[in-house]
Design a protein around this ligand. Structure first.
Ligand code: AMP
Length: 399
């Protein structure tokens, strides 16, 4: 497979699958443009080479055909702004004669953004005929949409069949995502610590099981920790708990013991008498939480122990917050862990942060540039670390 940076796009029409699935408010203003900004270097490189760019993406989850609120036309002004002085055209339909003509007439240096692919059910169904129609627009297929790499949709995977190995490649963003994810999953320097947080064990169980094969240490924080603590016989009061996962949690703890993987649960928690910003709080052992109280963050002792583990790590994967970091009273655990990851990185560790909420956390604490890599892929990154093959990666690699 070609490397993106050394590929020449001169006089080529590059059909680029991007992930422009950005949040819009009810005035259709973009409230977070990270996903768009992340793919700008790919577009710029193609244009600088003397190529033209046809961009295709989905936006939201339209139910049945076109819907104003999911139109990609709302993104055109901001895309122009991000690209500087570049002509950006918009095709009101992602397929059809008019769009075919617009793509054919596109000149080097120009960009054409297609309307939302998901206005056609064929996109998510991975319809071959639909993928073939899209494929006709470009000489080269570039997949730069890591965020949708876990989907076998028409534009993310199926379409690659209509391009020869010479004419399909990853974009700069996808390349960087894949390189850092592969490094952590397959070439991690040890000690390798995975920090897994967030609300639910059920969402993270597959990733934990796969990491048991690879990590030396697994830190479990956030709401999901309490299912593990209860499984060990602790008293967790009204903390979040998935009772139907208690056996799973026990199995994970046992497997880790047999494999020699250290699982670190928070020894102490910041407990609250209600799930609210103005709750009364206390720092107490996580296995002695009184009834009527719930653990909403990791406590000071847990922060100390987790920090020590993180500082001795050479590879760190972080997915999911340590507490309800959206509320100031319960953000200290997540913030302290973010700082520890940043410090460890400054001492030479490789740190990958991924998954919606942990990315939101490093951004909130202004630490995104202090970790090695912040992934744009939520579900895709999770599935990658669950050990699944991502269709969007496999299709381009031709494996
Ligand atoms: P996830 O999407 O599974 O990574 O979960 C992220 C969410 O989990 C965030 O909105 C946090 O507020 C929430 N969360 C983290 N810790 C806790 C906790 N101890 N109790 C309840 N919710 C939590």
């Amino acid at each position: 497979m070609h490397s993106f940076q050394t590929f020449s796009f001169q006089n080529k029409k590059a059909l680029v699958r991007v992930d422009f699935n950005v949040p819009l408010n009810d005035q259709f203003v973009i409230t977070d443009d990270n996903r768009m900004a992340a793919t700008i270097p790919t577009i710029k490189k193609i244009l600088a080479d003397g190529g033209s760019v046809i961009l295709m993406s989905h936006l939201g989850r339209p139910k049945d055909g076109p819907e104003e609120k999911f139109s990609l036309k709302h993104l055109v002004p901001h895309l122009k702004e991000l690209l500087g002085n570049v002509p950006v055209l918009f095709a009101e339909d992602c397929i059809g004669t008019k769009t075919t003509e617009m793509a054919a007439a596109l000149k080097p240096g120009e960009v054409l953004l297609l309307e939302n692919l998901r206005f056609y059910k064929e996109e998510e169904k991975g319809d071959r005929a639909f993928a073939e129609k899209l494929s006709k627009y470009g000489d080269v297929y570039v997949n730069d949409a890591f965020g949708t790499a876990h989907r076998a949709h028409a534009s993310t995977a199926v379409i690659a069949d209509f391009f020869t190995a010479e004419n399909k490649l990853f974009g700069a963003l996808m390349e960087a995502e894949v390189i850092s994810a592969e490094k952590v999953l397959h070439r991690a320097d040890k000690p390798f610590t995975a920090i897994i947080g967030g609300a639910k064990v059920s969402d993270k169980i597959l990733i934990i099981e796969n990491l048991l094969e690879r990590a030396t240490d697994i830190i479990i924080g956030g709401g999901m920790a309490y299912t593990f603590i209860k499984a060990r016989g602790g008293k967790i009061g009204n903390s979040l708990c998935e009772d139907d996962r208690l056996d799973t949690a026990k199995e994970v703890l046992e497997k880790a013991r047999l494999k020699g993987v250290s699982i670190h649960l928070p020894e102490t928690s910041i407990i609250a008498d209600k799930f609210a910003a103005d709750a009364n709080t206390n720092d107490c052992p996580s296995d002695q939480i009184p009834d009527g109280w719930m653990g909403l963050d990791i406590g000071a002792k847990a922060i100390g122990i987790f920090t020590e583990v993180i500082l001795k790590s050479k590879t760190i994967l972080w997915n999911g917050p340590m507490g309800v970091f959206e509320m100031e009273k319960f953000q200290n655990g997540t913030k302290s862990i973010a700082l520890a990851v940043a410090e460890s990185t400054s001492h030479g560790a490789f740190s990958l942060v991924g998954g919606g909420d942990s990315v939101a956390a490093v951004n909130k604490f202004h630490l995104a540039d202090k970790v090695s890599y912040v992934s744009t892929g939520g579900g895709a990154l999770l599935e990658y670390f669950e050990g699944k093959e991502l269709p969007g990666i496999a299709a381009v690699k031709g494996v």
